[in-house]
Write a new protein. Structure first.
Length: 55
């Protein structure tokens, strides 16, 4: 996922409450017309969470 899309998705997730990775996958599919599998989006999500934590 390009940096711009990652930033947009992080902003969206910060402002929205999504209860499942499947909802994030559906949002990405509807907004950018890109398809992620659940495992790929879970990996992206965990990577983003680990890079944005405060020490």
């Amino acid at each position: 996922m390009p940096v711009e899309q990652s930033a947009d998705l992080i902003d969206y997730l910060t402002a929205s409450l999504l209860r499942a990775i499947a909802q994030i996958v559906a949002y990405a599919r509807g907004y950018w017309q890109i398809i992620f599998i659940l495992a790929g989006m879970t990996k992206w999500f965990h990577h983003q969470a680990s890079t944005t934590r405060n020490p």
